[in-house]
Each structure stands twice: as structure tokens, then as C-alpha cells.
Design a protein. Structure first.
Length: 238
């Protein structure tokens, strides 16, 4: 998508890009800590009502964050405003769902954090060392698989409204574990695309909003990865 006319163009340096990404992480962390401070003392004492409230707030934040993503995809110049708000919403989304699962599977939230960080660092290492090269064929596979997952969930939602749920999307056991293992794999591979986009910004002229746009993309991938890891561990522990 071309830059809007009149958008300021500047040379992007690695430090500027990294600082924006870290800023988004910080916003997300603030909202996570806020949710934990409000709900975890009650959840840790076995309050199902608190866990359900946190989960519902998380779902609401997830829907709001998704709407911001769609808005920014079509209007990239809004990224400096939507990316920080998404980071806050994403933190609420992750922590809300984690607290909901924490009531049933104690310790799962922290386990998911460490596993997500391990996957992120592993993918960054594989990308930086060029053990995995992001070719056009790989990008096509990642985009196709991501679209297939999204369409599967859309179909599952519509069938659920008709009273015909897809067992694979909700069941435990081997099938559910394999399905969420596949989703975690594709979410992790999306990080490779984000790393490449960030690298391509370095030492080149781009509209000033582009670091925010690619930072938003990285945050979306991380939120998706964490939620997928959380749900995978929940399937394993059922």
C-alpha cells in the first residue's frame, strides 16, 4: 500500500525502530501488570467470579484490539496512534485470558510467558543467523497457513451459532493438542516475517509511521503466539 500523499519521509535507523518496539512492549506490560494487580489476588484465592470477569474483559480488549488492527491495515498513517493503544489492549487481552485459565490450571500463565519468550528468542536466533531464510516461498506458506487458520475459526464460529461446533477447535486430547501445536508453529513463523520487515526499514527512507506499523505487526504476532501457547498448555493439562 503506497504512502499517503504528504506523509513525512525519513531515514530509519535501527535504534529508532528498536526504541519504538520496546515502547510498545512497555505499554503492553503496564496493562498486564494492572490486570494482575486487580484480579490475581482474588484468582489465587480460588475466586471463579474474578477469573471470569478478567476473561470477559480480556475478550473485550481482544475484539477492540482486532478492530484497531483492521483500521491500521487500511490506514497505515494512523499507526503512531493505534499501535500504542493496541499494545495496551493486547496486554489486557493476554492477561485476561491467562487469569481465566489460571483459575483452572495454576501456574499456566507464567509457564506460557517463559515458553513464549523461548520461542521468540529461538526464532530471532534462527533469523539472525540465517538458519531460516525468509524466501518468497516461505512467506507464501506462512500467509496461506495463517489465512487457513483464520478461515477455520470463522467457519467454526458460524457453525457454532448453528449448533454444529467443530470438535477439533474445542476438544482436548491428541487432536486438540496437534491443532494448537500447529497454530503455535504458524504464529512463531509469523515472527520471521516481522523480523524481515523491521530489517528492511533500516537505513532506508520510509514514511515516519512505518516503524509504528511494523511494531504493531510484531505485537500482533506476539499476542497471538502467547494466546496460542496458553491454549496449547491448557489442552495438554486437561
Amino acid at each position: 500500500m503506497p504512502a499517503p500523499r504528504g506523509a513525512p519521509v525519513k531515514l530509519m535507523l535501527r535504534g529508532q525502530i528498536v526504541s519504538i518496539v520496546l515502547m510498545l512492549f512497555a505499554f503492553s506490560l503496564v496493562s498486564v501488570l494492572g490486570m494482575v494487580a486487580v484480579f490475581y489476588p482474588h484468582v489465587s484465592q480460588g475466586s471463579i467470579a474474578a477469573a471470569e470477569t478478567a476473561r470477559n474483559i480480556g475478550f473485550g480488549a481482544g475484539v477492540f484490539g482486532l478492530s484497531l488492527v483492521f483500521l491500521t491495515v487500511f490506514h497505515r498513517q494512523y499507526a503512531p496512534f493505534t499501535a500504542p493503544v493496541y499494545a495496551l489492549a493486547g496486554g489486557v487481552f493476554m492477561s485476561g485470558l491467562a487469569l481465566g485459565f489460571e483459575a483452572r490450571f495454576p501456574g499456566i500463565a507464567v509457564q506460557s510467558i517463559f515458553l513464549t519468550l523461548a520461542i521468540f528468542c529461538s526464532m530471532l536466533f534462527l533469523y539472525a543467523t540465517r538458519i531460516i531464510k525468509v524466501t518468497r516461498q516461505l512467506m507464501t506458506f506462512i500467509f496461506t497457513a495463517t489465512a487457513a487458520i483464520a478461515l477455520t475459526y470463522l467457519a467454526g464460529f458460524l457453525l457454532l451459532l448453528l449448533g454444529m461446533p467443530i470438535p477439533l477447535l474445542h476438544a482436548a486430547g491428541t487432536g486438540g493438542i496437534l491443532w494448537f501445536g500447529f497454530i503455535v508453529t504458524i504464529a512463531a513463523m509469523n515472527l520471521l516475517v516481522d523480523f524481515q520487515r523491521i530489517e528492511k526499514l533500516e537505513s532506508r527512507q520510509h514514511p515516519a509511521y512505518m516503524p509504528w506499523f511494523v511494531g504493531l505487526g510484531l505485537m500482533v504476532s506476539l499476542v497471538w503466539l502467547y494466546i496460542s501457547v496458553l491454549r496449547l498448555l491448557a489442552r495438554v493439562r486437561r
